[in-house]
Design a protein around this ligand. Structure first.
Ligand code: AMP
Length: 420
């Protein structure tokens, strides 16, 4: 027997309703703010992620699914959604449509991580990107959307944490301050941090090992240039105006290299170690880094699997549809001919009909109707057909009546729509 690849999930059964709810809400909230969907390929040139996500990030260092295709090209299963959107934007000359442009995406991402609860090798993200605005108002729009998305899902026990990591200009001073600070503690650092000390000092702040050192490290907000400071203050002021709670977190730098200025993350109270529901920030230099013009932008991405864990923790109820509203039990060749026609007519009215295709006996068929929780069963045998009636059985109460075959469609529509 074949087994699924480690770190992947089959999504089915009861969980499907959570996916529907999240995907539907994601689309609705996106539209509400003027965002349009974009679907990019799952495979991209490896170089795209190396350039954008950053050579020194965990993703590029050890998590990418990279392989050579038959034509000798290096290909990577996308580990995140922003770089592909930027690539698509530049490649399709979307710049010609003017600014701002707003996109959302939903789809699978791939990272070779150590699988655990809330951490998968194939996981799914809903994300959105706002391209073309350097204004702090754009930051506020994105954070408002995140907040509305999670609240619309019925989630409350999350918090939004915020930081500003400045622009390349002010980051020089900040980097130096960090270098000074960490040089005094160099021997205490974990091996990863020792390496990152030289290659990407900001990363030391989100090390899971050297947490205490990071806690006391210099804060990026104390090193912001005037423009970055003003930007950050405006974001905070507007968030208060629109009534969005947030906490400032100076250790927040996020795991991708392309961020500038505002970075933020959503954490859920009940999720333990993998408590990040999503994160985002500004990436004002990414377009340039990828060979395009200078275009300011920002975005956010959330992990759907983690959102489902959070919804379950918060005991959020999700709507379920019954694909077996009506069960059609049939006996005899002539009756099947009539039943097939009737079932289509009931379906035309928007009602879900599950019809016997096993040619079982009546007991077997009704047992099936019970198992799949049909609201009603229609029973049609040769005898009923000759009398021009069908038997309607209410599966909850066991109540049965005979209905004239000419009125059965109207009857079923009325009963199912009224009672369910
Ligand atoms: P990132 O793209 O790293 O900023 O991650 C954004 C969000 O995607 C995180 O907050 C998680 O909710 C989700 N996520 C990232 N990596 C994984 C993973 N390996 N498994 C499940 N969810 C993930």
């Amino acid at each position: 027997m074949y087994k699924r690849i480690k770190g992947t999930l089959d999504i089915w059964g009861d969980d499907i309703w959570y996916w529907y709810k999240i995907e539907k809400t994601a689309r609705e909230v996106s539209m509400r703010y003027g965002y349009e969907e974009i679907r990019t390929p799952v495979i991209e040139p490896t170089e795209l992620f190396v350039r954008s996500v950053g050579e020194e990030t965990d993703i590029v260092q050890k998590e990418m699914y990279t392989f050579e295709d038959r034509g000798g090209r290096s290909i990577t299963l996308r580990p995140e959604g922003t770089a592909p959107v930027v690539r698509a934007f530049l490649e399709n000359a979307m710049i010609n449509k003017g600014f701002p442009q707003r996109f959302f995406y939903i789809g699978p991402m791939f990272r070779y991580e150590k699988p655990q609860l809330g951490r998968m090798r194939q996981f799914h993200q809903f994300g959105f990107e706002l391209i073309g605005s350097s204004s702090p108002l754009a930051d506020v729009e994105i954070i408002s959307m995140v907040n509305r998305f999670l609240k619309s899902l019925g989630l409350y026990r999350f918090k939004i944490v915020l930081n500003s990591i400045g622009c390349p200009k002010c980051r020089v001073n900040y980097r130096n301050a960090l270098k000074n600070y960490y040089s005094e503690h160099y021997d205490e650092l974990c091996d990863d941090c020792k390496r990152r000390y030289n290659t990407n000092i900001l990363r030391l702040l989100d090390c899971k090992v050297d947490v205490e050192l990071a806690e006391k490290a210099p804060k990026s907000v104390d090193y912001l240039c005037d423009e970055c400071k003003k930007h950050y203050e405006t974001v905070k002021r507007y968030l208060k105006i629109v009534g969005i709670d947030f906490e400032e977190e100076h250790k927040l730098v996020r795991g991708l290299d392309y961020y500038t200025r505002t970075v933020f993350e959503v954490r859920h109270e009940l999720l333990g170690a993998q408590d990040s529901l999503g994160g985002g920030g500004r990436y004002d230099r990414l377009f340039e880094d990828m060979g395009g013009p200078q275009i300011p932008a920002l975005g956010f991405a959330s992990g759907i699997e983690r959102i489902i864990l959070a919804m379950k923790e918060e005991k959020v109820r999700v709507e379920r549809e019954n694909p077996h509203e009506v069960y059609f039990a049939v006996l005899g060749r002539k009756a099947y001919e009539k039943a097939f026609k009737l079932a289509e007519e009931i379906r035309n009215a928007g009602i879900n009909v599950d019809m016997d295709v096993m040619e079982r006996n009546l007991r077997g068929q009704l047992k099936h109707a019970d198992r799949v929780s049909s609201y009603i069963s229609l029973i049609l045998g040769e005898n009923e057909l000759n009398r021009n009636i069908v038997i309607m059985r209410d599966m909850e109460t066991g109540y049965q009546i005979e209905i004239d075959l000419d009125y059965v469609v109207e009857y079923v529509i009325d009963k199912v729509k009224k009672e369910h």
